[in-house]
Design a protein around this ligand. Sequence first.
Ligand SMILES: CC(C)(COP(=O)(O)OP(=O)(O)OC[C@H]1O[C@@H](n2cnc3c(N)ncnc32)[C@H](O)[C@@H]1OP(=O)(O)O)[C@@H](O)C(=O)NCCC(=O)NCCS
Length: 217
Amino acid sequence: MTAIADLFSGPVGVETSALSTADGELFPEERAFIQAAVPKRRAEFATARILARRSLAAFGVPPGPLVPGPDRAPVWPSGFTGSISHCANYCAVVVARRRDVTSLGLDVEDVRELDASLQDLVLTPAERQWIAAQPWAIRPVLPILIFSAKEAYYKCQYPITRGFLDFQDVELGIEWASGTFAARVLKTGWPAAVARLSGRFVVDQDRVACGVALMPR
Ligand SMILES: CC(C)(COP(=O)(O)OP(=O)(O)OC[C@H]1O[C@@H](n2cnc3c(N)ncnc32)[C@H](O)[C@@H]1OP(=O)(O)O)[C@@H](O)C(=O)NCCC(=O)NCCS
């Protein structure tokens, strides 16, 4: 059981489950959005909607459609923010009131090796150097951890900037012992409010999960 709740402090609702093919629980507009997708993607989408509605219900929000925007980012009910992630047979959704948390970013990945070309894409030279200096026992998981942390950072910053970032635009500093990381945008001119954000991670046998929360000022 990946400890998603450990990634966030404060009043953040967390729901997780295996993927289910419960298309029947979708609203018509959600079903229309996903109808052309392959079964795996439909299961991811449906599971995320079920979990998000469950999480929102705990905050007193009545069930309603959760159709992504044209940029595919989630659109939350007014006054709420959240983040969604799915991997092989797992989905996790986090939700919070915007008065408590400005934006959330969650990413979950199956533990796996990143092949050389993906490592070239994801890791900056400084991150490669840092990995090479780490104990051999943890080294294999570090590329996928950095990948996941960058995705979580991206999802948290996106609702604020609506801007795209390449993996090489963001540099990670990981503190393995404390399960924390700091993400820093390398390209100039990125909005200061999100140019440096910290996050938390958990690693177990099966999955890596990363969470970033932008708190109100
Ligand atoms: C959108 C993206 C972050 C999703 O990450 P992923 O690991 O591929 O997939 P996950 O299962 O973890 O996340 C999927 C969910 O992300 C959410 N998402 C999609 N676009 C998003 C965005 N722009 N901002 C925030 N969340 C987004 C959606 O809720 C989606 O689930 P849904 O389609 O069921 O609603 C990724 O595919 C992407 O496009 N990244 C582009 C930029 C990037 O990666 N830059 C490098 C990091 S800085």
